[in-house]
Design a protein. Structure first.
Length: 1109
């Protein structure tokens, strides 16, 4: 027998065998008329013909080359749920259950859908790991694992109800702070903490969702090898005493780290701990990986592969090849990657990252997907040709089938397999002899094969031909998805059964002896109403977060319609039963994201086609912190990673300063009096055309006209620093005489008519809508568009320089308009105030600079409020007395009662009292203030507010290490309602106790609320943040040289997660250098001494000081 290289399932090996038998093998391909040649006949009428002649390539399917290795069975295709990619499915399930289950069945049903057989869930840490933040199940060691946050575990559970044979995997991309802090102490402590995180999550997933994990990906996504941790995890799972099922059967995936395979060959314990080697993106596994497969019987997966990102429904209009199946990350490219990884690299599974994209469009993250579901208010979703690409594999090759080595060939390795015309994959079921072959032709010439089948029970059986190809410009984009185009009847020639088949340009084909599959068109006809039903979210839209308790429980307190880019925004009770949205991660819980330093927290919501609206929210900065902090609202947000990358952001800081940002950076700033932590403030942004108005407490702060790179549309967002800031009463209200929505038209849409020489491109950056752009590069190139509306904006990122002539309805309105520098998804040319009706715009490039067109956005009829203004406004209470932090309704009412006018509330002194947008008055601080309510006709009423505040000092920023003490003081601010102190109490005596004199003794790490109560019933509260006692202290610099009379301040650092409020400094020779209570060293005379820094629990650091004259 001819020896072959280790692990090869490739044609190279089999070619040697068949050449030895004297069989010629021709790999050259050209074009053939028809689908079947003389070697085998085909029933049915061919739906599309290919013109030209051909040279045959032989494809041999020899059952004797069946790879029967246990680690070589086809495992199928998988789905990765990570980076918040599945988040909005929670809302689909809540509000459009039928459509939600349609989506799930399209993905996981083995007969009617793609039959995906594996799911990998990200074990999140509340930080952006690619396109968003996956919530952490445990934010502290003592917290119970919460597997209802986010959509990942729900997604896996529901998929298992469709196909119980799905395997489930778990992976982390970054660790929460408490685990990272354990690693700082020692590797062993880190392993213990990390295992606790994994294990308690695995327990909770079984308890809450009935999920049994088959796999755990040990090392962090695309990070280091983590060999010792992998061995620790294996041992711990094997010896676990408290388990829901046999954890020793959970298999370990060594995920994607460079060097992991080499380490396995050197370290047998590590090798034995690992069951699967997971590769990322690259379809080619090196010789070391393949040796682990062939010699040590490890499975190899492409455990995070690209999903289909090039699938514009207008792809047939691209000027490169006129097909929507081609291009980088297009259907054929990804199919080629699947074939390459399985034929070249012995991989048995390919996982789509992601399979479903159900978060908001983000230009900094790939929009690859099989299904897109990002309009939960409508229940609408869309299917990409990637879904039928997956069906070409999974509907015809079942999990457990064996690869036929002679019928497998991958023509290219690497991350991209674009442009290959000679890739095929064959697998068979040995017991029945059924086989299926998937063929790809990602080129502009047809490829014809003479297929010879032998040594399979069904070698002589008829072969059904399934095909997917691009539509033509006058057809629906899915017109030729998964079509059954005919049946082939093999002819016996020698010992083989032979037939011919032609794979057309830019086409995917499956040949199969199996039956029972339905064409995509029939499946689509049976689908529910969700497919393509993507309506806009109407205005006004409001959310006060007053959800029912059952709703919050089943969603892990996740709010409606929001997607966290970073941080964790969840609904909490403010203490008086009022629900608010709270950003949950502060600096004590801040881990590390997968891409290094994290950006600030942000969550977005709503329709990215919203245009003219007023966004408002009541905001309160974390009352327990006294460091620099901010909260913000953002209108027309259509970015991803950076909070200021796009849209218009109004940000307010702890000290009362505020700033307004656009995609050009800070465009205005100012200060408002009375602002500090723990005080409610109302922020409002009004966007109308290119005018942006910012309001604070309903008082105009600034109005700006945007002249550079205006953002024309976008959803809303809330942003925060890493503190527990509150948001409430979020409102998105239409603007009188503004356009609530735009109709966005892609540049590849047939409605846009371009000069024939213009390049219209797909497979471009995801910063472009749909990844498409059209480029005018020659003088006189142009495009025109006929629209119905009152205005139009043309979007595209451009450098300054291009000059354009613009004609509207046959009249020239700009002869040489100079295009300014414009960011992605922003407008470089706009017209508004047109008469409602049909218009024709033509844009011509009049110089030779480059002009990029991403999309056009059309404004429809302007919004006009319905009649129903109020005549009068009345108040129930003219005087209100309340405590700091207490809220009472102002009781404003309109006459007539059916008036629909909004009431505008203002305060005379925000430092004393603030009024929320729903009319609740909140005590912000001791004193008196006047709250005014007004309506549009000038009518107004006012109420006097008196606020009593029993305040604790220090009020905020209280941090202690476990075992430390602090004396708190209490007093009635401004002497209002002064009374003796009755008692002090702790919210959690396991964390801290407080004496009758206000002395707090910290016991364990955690956050505890200390309350003081006066004899008159008024209360004051302060949060004490307790961290672990330090186990070491480091002083910097460790040695200091000073001249007599000089000074230097020591910096002392304890490990993260630890704290020491009090550090005592001591000099060994004060006559040489003395040290102050705050660590300032002052040199006195020549000599050497030591400065010791000591924590409250006796940990010390020593610094050597050398003093010269």
């Amino acid at each position: 027998m001819l020896a072959c290289p280790i692990g090869l399932r490739k044609m190279g090996c089999y070619m040697k065998k068949i050449w030895k038998k004297g069989i010629s093998w021709i790999l050259a391909g050209s074009i053939l008329f028809g689908v079947a040649g003389p070697a085998g006949g085909m029933d049915g009428t061919e739906k599309n013909t290919v013109e030209a002649a051909q040279k045959l390539a032989t494809l041999t399917i020899d059952g004797n080359t069946l790879d029967t290795g246990e680690n070589s069975s086809f495992r199928g295709l998988g789905a990765v749920s990570c980076s918040n990619s599945s988040r909005l499915l929670m809302d689909y399930k809540e509000e459009h259950s039928d459509e939600y289950w349609e989506i799930m069945k399209w993905l996981f049903h083995t007969k009617t859908g793609a039959g995906l057989s594996h799911i990998k869930i990200e074990l999140g840490n509340d930080l952006d790991s690619s396109s968003g933040a996956e919530p952490a199940t445990k934010r502290s060691a003592g917290q119970k694992a919460n597997v209802r946050r986010g959509a990942g575990f729900m997604f896996a559970h529901d998929a298992l109800t469709i196909n119980p044979d799905i395997s489930v995997d778990l992976i982390c991309r970054g660790m929460p702070a408490w685990v990272e802090q354990a690693y700082e102490k020692s590797g062993q402590a880190g392993y213990q903490a990390r295992y606790r995180w994994y294990k308690e999550t695995i327990d909770a997933a079984y308890d809450k969702w009935d999920i049994t994990f088959s796999y755990v990906s040990a090392n962090r996504n695309e990070k280091m090898v983590e060999k010792e941790w992998t061995k620790y995890l294996r041992k711990s799972l094997n010896t676990e005493k408290i388990q829901r099922y046999d954890y020793s059967k959970i298999k370990i995936v060594a995920a994607d780290a460079a060097g992991a395979a080499q380490e396995m060959l050197k370290d047998s314990e590590y090798r034995n701990a690992v069951d699967v080697i997971g590769c990322h993106d690259n379809a080619y596994a090196d010789e070391t990986v393949r040796k682990l497969h062939s010699v040590y019987k490890k499975e190899i997966w492409l455990s995070e592969g690209a999903s289909i990102a090039t699938d514009s429904i207008f792809g047939a209009n691209n000027t490169v090849d006129g097909r929507n199946t081609s291009g980088r990350k297009g259907m054929l490219d990804i199919a080629n990657r699947i074939i390459t990884c399985m034929s070249q690299s012995d991989m048995t599974m390919y996982e789509f990252q992601p399979a479903v994209i159900s978060n908001y469009d983000a230009p900094d993250a790939s929009r690859g997907r099989l299904i897109k579901a990002d309009t939960p208010w409508s229940g609408g979703y869309s299917i990409s040709n990637g879904l039928v690409m997956a069906m070409h594999f999974t509907n015809f090759i079942k999990k457990g089938w064996k690869f036929v080595d002679s019928g497998c060939y991958g023509g290219q390795a690497g991350q991209s397999a674009e442009g290959i015309k000679n890739n095929y994959l064959t697998a068979a079921k040995k017991s029945t002899g059924d086989y299926s072959t998937v063929l790809i032709n990602d080129s502009d010439t047809a490829k014809t094969y003479e297929v010879a089948v032998s040594n399979l029970k069904k070698a002589s059986s008829k072969v059904i031909v399934w095909e997917t190809k691009s539509n033509d410009t006058d057809e629906q984009y899915d017109a030729h998805w998964l079509e059954k185009i005919g049946t082939l009847h093999p002819t016996k020639i020698g010992n083989a059964y032979v037939y011919e088949v032609t794979v057309k340009p830019y086409t995917m084909m499956t040949l199969t002896t199996t039956t029972g599959q339905a064409e995509y068109a029939k499946r689509k006809a049976k689908a529910g109403m969700g497919l393509q039903k993507e309506a806009g979210l109407s205005l006004p839209y409001t959310d006060d977060f007053e959800y029912k308790s059952a709703y919050l429980k089943r969603r892990g307190r996740t709010p409606r319609y929001t997607c966290d880019v970073n941080g964790a925004f969840e609904v909490v009770s403010q203490g008086n039963s009022n629900h608010v949205l709270c950003q949950q991660i502060n600096k004590d819980h801040l881990g590390t994201g997968s891409d290094g330093a994290p950006v600030k927290p942000l969550t977005s919501f709503g329709d990215d086609r919203w245009k003219d609206y007023i966004l408002s929210a009541d905001v309160m900065l974390d009352s327990s912190e006294n460091e620099k902090n901010y909260a913000a609202i953002i209108a027309r947000y259509n970015a991803s990673h950076s909070a200021v990358e796009n849209g218009y952001q109004l940000r307010i800081y702890r000290g009362g300063s505020w700033a307004l940002y656009s995609n050009q950076g800070k465009i205005a700033k100012g200060t408002v009096s009375g602002m500090r932590e723990g005080r409610l403030v109302n922020l409002k942004l009004k966007v109308l055309g290119n005018k942006v108005s910012a309001y604070i407490n309903n008082e105009l702060a600034v109005r700006k006209t945007i002249k550079e790179s205006p953002v024309n549309s976008g959803r809303a967002a809330l942003a925060s620093a890493y503190y527990k800031n509150y948001f409430d009463n979020v409102k998105v209200i239409p603007v009188q005489n503004g356009a609530t929505h735009v109709a966005r038209v892609d540049d590849l849409d047939s409605a846009l008519q371009f000069s024939s020489s213009v390049s219209r491109l797909q497979s471009q950056s995801s910063r472009y809508y749909n990844g498409t752009v059209s480029v005018l590069a020659e003088k006189s190139e142009s495009f025109s568009y006929t629209f119905t509306g009152t205005g139009i904006s043309i979007l595209g990122n451009n450098l300054a320089g291009a000059k354009i002539k613009v004609t509207l309805d046959g009249k020239e309105i700009d002869s040489r308009y100079a295009v300014k520098a414009t960011e992605h998804r922003s407008a470089f040319y706009q017209l508004s105030g047109l008469e409602m009706g049909e218009h024709i715009i033509q844009v011509e490039l009049v110089n030779e600079d480059i002009l990029r067109i991403d999309a056009v956005e059309v404004e429809k009829e302007a919004y006009t409020a319905e009649a129903g203004r109020a005549d009068r406004i009345l108040l129930e209470n003219e005087t209100l007395e309340l405590a700091y932090g207490e809220s009472v309704s102002l009781g404003a009412k309109l006459e007539p009662e059916n008036a629909n006018e909004r009431i505008i509330y203002t305060t005379s002194n925000m430092a004393v009292a603030m009024v929320a947008s729903d009319g609740r008055v909140i005590g912000n601080g001791a004193g008196e203030a006047v709250i005014t309510a007004s309506i549009g006709n000038g009518e107004k009423v006012s109420a006097k507010v008196i606020v009593t505040q029993l305040a604790i000092t220090p009020r905020s920023g209280i941090r202690l290490g476990a075992g430390e003490r602090i004396k708190l003081k209490a007093s009635y601010v401004k002497g209002i309602n002064k009374a003796p102190i009755k008692k002090w109490k702790s919210s959690n005596k396991k964390l801290a106790v407080v004496s009758s004199k206000g002395v707090v003794r910290a016991k364990r790490a955690g956050d505890v609320t200390i309350t003081v109560v006066g004899n008159n019933g008024y209360k004051g509260k302060a949060v004490v943040h307790i961290r672990k006692a330090p186990y070491r202290i480091k002083a910097m610099p460790q040695s200091i040289s000073l001249k007599a009379g000089g000074a230097k301040k020591l910096r002392c650092k304890v490990p993260s997660g630890c704290f020491a409020k009090k550090i005592v400094y001591k000099s060994s020779s004060p006559e040489i250098a003395k040290v102050s209570k705050t660590g300032v060293i002052r040199a006195r005379k020549a000599g050497t001494c030591r400065i010791t820094a000591e924590t409250y629990n006796g940990k010390t650091a020593v610094v050597t000081v050398r003093v010269t004259d």
